[in-house]
Design a protein around this ligand. Structure first.
Ligand code: ADP
Length: 344
């Protein structure tokens, strides 16, 4: 019997607050100007031709707007959208209801598309190229394969790891866009707009302060804004001032650079236990009582990007910037300071 598959026609799965703040149109979106301009052109042209929009792949780190784009595009096209994600689709039959239920020109969004099993990826090839799938009817010796024609639809895939997508699948996306990080000014603008949506008064200095600590990422900016809003409502009159924003962020352990307590624990471990490195990720993880995967996926990307650590052939090394940030004296070069390890 076919397994029941849950479709999400209303909106992307996620917490309600996320939905509240998510832009609904491209005009509501901040930043990513070039991506938006290119998308406007393909949307406009598809509309004029009365055709379905080509399949689109968004790649980039978490929280930069992949799902948001996938939501606003069908909105601009005036078509419905269905949501699913790679880890949920374990076999082709899990995907079939999404494909057969897709109405003409509608959008099917697959988040974490790099996590689709190979068999499902291959099943998607004809669906994407010819809007056709093979389905098996009957069982055992009576099983017959039938061709099923689908209504033309647009597949929007999102991935944090474009490199993990197989070449043939990647090539079937006619439009591929990479989302980059946001400037502090863009994040301050997002915070300004979202504070208004949350009916929370905030001054320009506080918008900038929260933006500066948001690691160039809108999702983090929204989370920090919500926390500061709660703090303002609980501890004061609900208005966000610079002093209040700083107090709230201090209480949450978010420092000047946007480092959180886990980041600082990682850096302090690297320096205190391993003299600044080089140290292997497994050794660091054991000492912190954390999993190496979590550190590699969730903690290190920002530390690498902000040049707090480097990955040398012999392991992780803290940079001078980390010693300065944590206000620790760097070890003398003859003792094997962080700079020397880099060139070993
Ligand atoms: P991803 O799918 O890349 O992980 P999302 O699209 O879910 O990221 O973005 C996280 C949140 O950040 C959204 O709910 C939205 O509120 C906000 N956001 C993302 N991109 C933008 C943008 N360009 N302008 C305004 N807000 C944005």
């Amino acid at each position: 019997m076919a397994r029941e598959t849950i479709l999400h026609p209303a909106g992307p799965p996620g917490d309600d607050d996320d939905q509240d703040l998510r832009p609904q149109t491209m005009a509501d979106m901040v930043g990513q100007r070039e991506v938006i301009e290119r998308l406007r052109i393909v949307i406009d042209a598809a509309r004029k031709r009365g055709e379905c929009l080509g399949h689109i792949l968004f790649d980039g780190p978490p929280g930069l707007g992949k799902t948001t784009f996938a939501t606003v595009i069908p909105h601009e096209m005036g078509v419905p959208i269905n949501f699913t994600s790679g880890p949920v689709i374990k076999a082709p039959r899990d995907l079939v209801p999404y494909l057969t239920n897709a109405s003409e020109h509608s959008v099917l969004f697959i988040d974490e598309v790099h996590r689709l099993p190979t068999g499902v990826e291959e099943y998607l090839y004809t669906a994407m190229e010819d809007f056709r799938i093979d389905i098996v009817l009957g069982e055992g010796v009576n099983a017959r394969t039938h061709n099923l024609w689908l209504k033309p639809f647009t597949l929007i895939g999102a991935t944090t790891r474009a490199g993990m997508l197989s070449g043939p699948l990647r090539d079937r996306f006619q439009i591929r866009e990479h989302l980059g990080f946001y400037t502090t000014e863009e994040l301050a603008e997002i915070i300004r707009r979202n504070a208004r949506k949350l009916k929370t008064p905030i001054d320009a200095a506080s918008q900038h302060e929260i933006a500066r600590r948001s690691r160039s990422t809108p999702r983090i900016a929204n989370n920090l804004l919500r926390w500061v809003r709660d703090y303002a409502q609980s501890k004061a009159d609900g208005k966000i001032s610079l002093a209040l924003a700083k107090d709230a962020l201090l209480m949450k352990g978010i420092d000047d650079m946007g480092l959180n307590p886990v980041d600082r624990n990682y850096l302090e471990t690297l320096i205190r236990v391993f003299g600044g490195g080089p140290a292997g990720i497994e050794a660091i993880a054991h000492t912190m009582n954390a999993s190496a995967d979590t550190l590699t996926d969730d903690v290190e990307p920002f530390l690498l990007r902000s040049e707090m650590i480097v990955r040398s052939p012999r392991g992780r090394v803290a940079t001078i910037k980390t010693f300065q940030h944590l206000q620790l004296p760097p070890p003398p070069p003859e003792a094997g300071g962080p700079q020397r390890h880099l060139f070993d």
